[in-house]
Design a protein around this ligand. Structure first.
Ligand SMILES: NC(=O)c1ccc[n+]([C@@H]2O[C@H](COP(=O)([O-])OP(=O)(O)OC[C@H]3O[C@@H](n4cnc5c(N)ncnc54)[C@H](OP(=O)(O)O)[C@@H]3O)[C@@H](O)[C@H]2O)c1
Length: 350
């Protein structure tokens, strides 16, 4: 694994970046630490085994080129991605290496598909936005649940988070997205993103036991509404979030995540319940694990490893479900994630 290949991590000293660096080291890659603060990069490197530090600001193409020199791939963990994604994709295209990011911002992900689809395809490059818990995992689960279906009527992704102690980066990304939406909220219906006024509905979702029926915020729209329709013909993609998690996210006094184990994970647990419907039939996939920031690292690094070993199905700007063998990818993460595919049933669950 890893084969000593160098992988640049931009935003290496952020909460998620640190998980990605640790996962790269675990798998035998050589991470290069990059980001805009030379001092923080240096102190991070001093605490580890001789890591290479290459400071770069997103608005300095020469510094970005130096940061990516000799790297086999780059993982961008520096958000808001409205600012960092385009310059880092440009740098990756100049370097001729794959680009992955962990962007949860819907509009930033739309921009990455819109701005770079043609150029990345023509260059034979692989650009994977949202290769993370939100956007990536949901898309892999939807793709796995679809099985041999290439189209469906509806996709539902219900997030059962026990809590959500968000990082500064998550809050900053939320602020940027809210500004871009001008007070409205976004959903994916009728085959397109639409911006609507008013509050999101509160409803109940029947998660698998032992979680069971829980109150969720409907139209709590996450990056899956970009990744899933990028490669599957589904007119309606809806995402839901447990009310406890939304309350944590929006409360002014919720603390940042605190590590409870040696890997730095918090005690947050997640269950992602995906239901796809076509005609009268329903298929389902479920994943569960611990800490949405921590799980982003094995998702992103498994993706890096598959790209660098040619286990891909597409080039261009691609989502996880489009470029990887989704069930195989999810099973490969069994050390980090429980994953179950449920056979087809007829009729709807309540
Ligand atoms: N899709 C998902 O499921 C998922 C999962 C995890 C994280 N994320 C996203 O990833 C981003 C980072 O999250 P985090 O938890 O790691 O937050 P964090 O701990 O606050 O780290 C944010 C990192 O981004 C860097 N950064 C911010 N703006 C930058 C800019 N303009 N140029 C260069 N670096 C910049 C920060 O550097 P400074 O300290 O120098 O500002 C820091 O290293 C957020 O946008 C978050 O939403 C998404």
């Amino acid at each position: 694994m890893g084969s000593g290949l160098t992988v640049a991590v931009f935003g290496a000293y952020g909460h998620t970046g640190r998980f990605v660096v640790a996962e790269l080291l675990d798998r035998g890659f050589v991470p290069v630490l990059s980001g805009r603060d030379a001092g923080t990069l240096a102190s991070m490197a001093a605490s580890g085994p001789g890591l290479d530090v290459r400071p770069a600001s997103a608005d300095d193409p020469d510094a970005l080129d130096r940061a990516l020199a000799g790297a086999a791939a780059v993982v961008n963990c520096a958000g808001p991605f409205a600012t960092t994604a385009a310059p880092l994709v440009e740098a990756a295209l100049r370097a001729g290496i794959p680009y992955l990011d962990v962007a949860a911002e819907i509009e930033a992900n739309v921009d990455t598909f819109g701005r770079f689809a043609d150029r990345a395809r023509e260059a034979g490059a692989v650009v994977v936005p949202a290769m993370a818990f939100f956007g990536g995992l949901g898309d892999l689960l939807v793709t796995a649940a679809m099985g041999d279906w290439t189209a469906a009527d509806e996709v539902h992704v219900a997030y059962g988070l026990s809590s959500w102690h968000a990082t500064a980066g998550t809050h900053a990304a939320g602020r940027v997205s809210r500004q871009r939406r001008n007070g409205r909220r976004v959903r994916f219906a009728g085959g397109r993103l639409e911006y609507v006024d008013g509050r999101s509905p509160t409803l109940e979702w029947a998660f698998p036991e032992p979680m069971g029926r829980r109150a969720v915020i409907g139209e709590f729209t996450m990056a899956d509404v970009v990744t899933v329709p990028s490669h599957l013909a589904v007119p309606d993609v809806r995402t839901y979030m447990t009310v406890e998690a939304v309350r944590d996210l929006t409360a002014p006094d919720t603390p940042a995540p605190t590590a409870v184990d040696a890997r730095g994970r918090s005690d947050q647990t997640f269950l992602v319940d995906v239901v796809v419907r076509s005609g009268g039939a329903e298929r389902r996939a479920v994943a569960s694990g611990q800490d949405i920031y921590a799980i982003t690292a094995p998702l992103a690094v498994e993706a890096v490893e598959r790209i660098l070993t040619g286990r891909t199905r597409a080039v261009g700007v691609v989502s996880a479900g489009a470029v990887f063998d989704a069930p195989d990818f999810l099973r490969a993460l069994s050390a980090h994630l429980s994953f179950e595919l449920h056979g087809e049933s007829v009729g709807r669950r309540a």
